[in-house]
Write a protein that binds this ligand. Structure first.
Ligand code: PRP
Ligand code: MG
Length: 190
């Protein structure tokens, strides 16, 4: 984790008062400019999350993280998108985040081709870049539960991974309070 954290700290940029006054924006885009640094993060994930069955990527930067990790681990992945982007019937969840409200969706039937391994809890990893108030992650956990149960997968475990967090907003505590069975991994807590 130390090497991954070092790579994140060296590549992340902080934008004060963006997108609104009073909000400090942590931008991880710089991580993708360095194959070596991004690899440190993926290496850490492969060590930390070696028994995952499905990856869930959150729009927008979670798409990049989740796709890269899923491909390197030869794992299937699905996308949770902002409202109105996905075709067909969708589960939907509204949420509040640090600077406004939003809605997330996942396709109801996206897991129809997935068969969990018998005798093992189906382990789902939700991936995103930043944990701030936790609104985004909460909505995602709700959607993942809905899509798993909707597709007949009842014996599951949910983990979440973030590159960085805004500690003063207590997102982690809020999630733990609501879901005592969900784990949260943050490479760079600040
Ligand atoms: C940012 C960030 C997280 C979320 C965290 O995404 O990428 O997903 O906010 O905030 P929260 O913990 O307060 O919910 P944002 O919704 O700004 O948009 P984007 O990822 O589509 O760029
Ligand atoms: Mg986001």
């Amino acid at each position: 984790q130390n090497q991954a954290c070092d790579a994140v700290r060296k590549s992340m940029k902080f934008f004060p008062d963006w997108p609104n006054k009073g909000v400090g924006f942590q931008d991880i885009s710089g991580l993708f400019l360095s194959h070596e640094k991004f690899n440190k993060v993926l290496d850490y994930y492969s060590y930390r999350f070696n028994d995952v069955d499905l990856i869930v990527c959150l729009e927008a930067r979670g798409f990049v993280l989740g796709t890269a990790f899923a491909q390197s681990m030869k794992l299937p992945f699905i996308l949770i998108r902002k409202k109105g982007k996905l075709p067909g019937p969708c589960y939907r969840e509204s949420y509040k985040k640090e600077y406004g409200a939003d809605e997330f969706e996942v396709q109801e039937n996206i897991l129809s081709g997935i068969t969990p391994k018998p005798g093992k809890k189906f382990h789902v990893l939700i991936m995103d870049d930043i944990l701030a108030t936790g609104g985004t992650l909460c909505a995602s956990i709700e959607l993942v539960k809905k899509v798993l149960i909707g597709n007949g997968i009842k014996d599951f475990k949910i983990s979440t991974s973030l590159i960085s967090s805004v500690k003063v907003l207590n997102g982690k505590e809020k999630i733990y309070e609501k879901y005592n069975d969900v784990s949260i991994d943050i490479i760079n807590e600040m």
